[in-house]
Write a protein that binds this ligand. Structure first.
Ligand code: FRU
Length: 435
């Protein structure tokens, strides 16, 4: 694949200087956990895991924008940031004048604020597009530090030079980026000020994480969706992200299939190895979260599922809940499951991850309305936000959403979980730290 000058330029030099790859000794500290075909085969919708139907009479939170992947401004310790009484959220946005399917290539990050966590005001895109990295800006997270600085982490997708819509997804290189802002509140709500420089903080190494040149799947590659987390038990900080297995792992190992019994009775369809998702992790080396050390993945789904999107974590004592969203269409041949949020629990950050509810499934769209919502994010108090995606009306016609969906409340109980109740659309109640 052709590299543009940007790849060879400043951005790449910054990354090489800022990142170093983990040494073999460090890699030996933990084993990448596996979401196996045997586990994923157990995925089934139950009362505990099936979301209530989306109400089709929804209002639009930003009437002239498609709004999808959403994340709140959180403090370093994971608690909800409340700035002079305001809660702040970020979401991917694109003009509604574009087609629903065209929104990804025009995605920017918009800002919302709210005093009560239910009624949100859209405050536009807080950065200058010209300053941002990537042709489009995809999902991320945001952290408010002790000095009142907002750190916005996002995915810089595609090269701005030589942009071409034709077959763009095959050239959609993704890198993790960040910028910073000051934050001000007043009679007119919340404003982000003092936009800092945008910098690339992490790129795929080709070994643990596939580069775009290595990508060999019918579905778009991934190195995206940075999630900032501070481990309350060690004080160390990390960025989690969605990746795909690099050159080291472009084959299916026995453990990707299942145990010996399962392997002796199940064959793996051809092409399953091209479905090579993983959840990456990098250690944060500085206060400003600009210097990162790439580590081997926390979890992989090689042979099982191509995409483990928007990974995020909730920490409760020694129990570490790792969540990720995934689609029906990204399951490897011979497997299927709903669009939903999947969870894996471990003792400690690097402990072996067990799929929740045996299969991994935590929240699924109902089978009668399989694409009604997407991009769930489980917050530290187990509220789950998401956006309305493609619900069906009574005639089976899709009504495109592009707005906040109802917040769900989840109960986490060791390796089990249960959807408890439904709140208001876009509702985010105050929540405390990961503890
Ligand atoms: C999930 C997702 C993210 C990505 C964004 C692009 O909905 O695929 O992984 O950042 O959407 O629109």
């Amino acid at each position: 694949m052709k590299k543009t000058s940007k790849w060879k330029g400043l951005a790449l030099a910054t990354v090489i200087a800022a990142s170093s790859i983990v040494t073999p000794a460090m890699a030996a500290e933990y084993q990448t956990s596996v979401w196996s075909r045997q586990q994923a085969e157990k995925v089934k919708l139950t009362e505990e895991t099936t979301a209530p139907e989306v109400d089709l009479e929804f209002d639009l939170v930003a009437p002239d924008q498609w709004v999808w992947d959403t994340w709140p401004l959180q403090e370093r310790d994971g608690s909800l940031a409340i700035v002079n009484g305001y809660r702040v959220a970020f979401a991917l946005v694109a003009p509604r004048s574009l087609g629903w399917g065209e929104r990804h290539t025009e995605a920017r990050i918009g800002m919302f604020y709210s005093k009560n966590g239910k009624d949100w005001t859209y405050a536009g895109i807080p950065y200058e597009y010209e300053n941002a990295k990537g042709y489009m800006q995809w999902a991320g997270t945001a952290m408010l530090d002790e000095d009142g600085k907002v750190h916005l982490f996002y995915t810089a997708t595609g090269d701005r030079e030589n942009w071409d819509y034709n077959g763009w997804d095959k050239r959609a290189v993704q890198r993790l980026a960040k910028t910073t802002f000051g934050i001000e509140t007043g009679k007119d709500g919340v404003k982000l000020t003092n936009e800092g420089e945008h910098e690339i903080i992490l790129e795929a190494d080709g070994k643990h994480y596939e580069t775009i040149e290595q990508a060999d799947s019918p579905i778009i590659t991934a190195f995206r969706d940075p999630f900032f987390i501070q481990d309350p038990n060690t004080g160390k900080e990390y960025i989690l992200f969605e990746g795909q297995a690099g050159s080291d792992r472009d084959y299916i190992k026995p453990e990707n299939i299942g145990d010996e019994d399962y392997r002796s009775t199940h064959s793996v369809p051809e092409g399953a190895e091209k479905f090579n998702g993983n959840i990456g992790i990098a250690e944060v080396l500085d206060e400003d979260v600009s210097e990162l050390k790439l580590l081997p993945p926390l979890l992989e789904s090689v042979g099982t599922n191509h995409q483990l999107e928007r990974p995020h974590m909730v920490i409760n004592g020694d129990e570490y809940y790792l969540f990720t969203i995934s689609h029906t269409f990204t399951y490897a041949p011979g497997l299927t499951g709903p669009d939903g949020v999947y969870g894996f629990v471990s003792n400690g950050l690097f402990g072996e991850k067990k799929p929740m509810n045996e299969s991994g499934l935590v929240i699924a769209n109902p089978s009668e309305n399989p694409y009604q919502a997407y991009s769930w994010m489980v917050l530290p108090n187990q509220q789950v936000i998401s956006f309305i995606n493609e619900p069906l009306d009574e005639n089976g016609h899709v009504k495109f959403g592009g707005t906040f969906s109802s917040t769900l409340k989840l109960k986490l109980d060791g390796e089990g979980s249960k959807i408890m109740k439904e709140g208001k659309t876009g509702e985010i109640k105050p929540f405390g730290a990961n503890r």
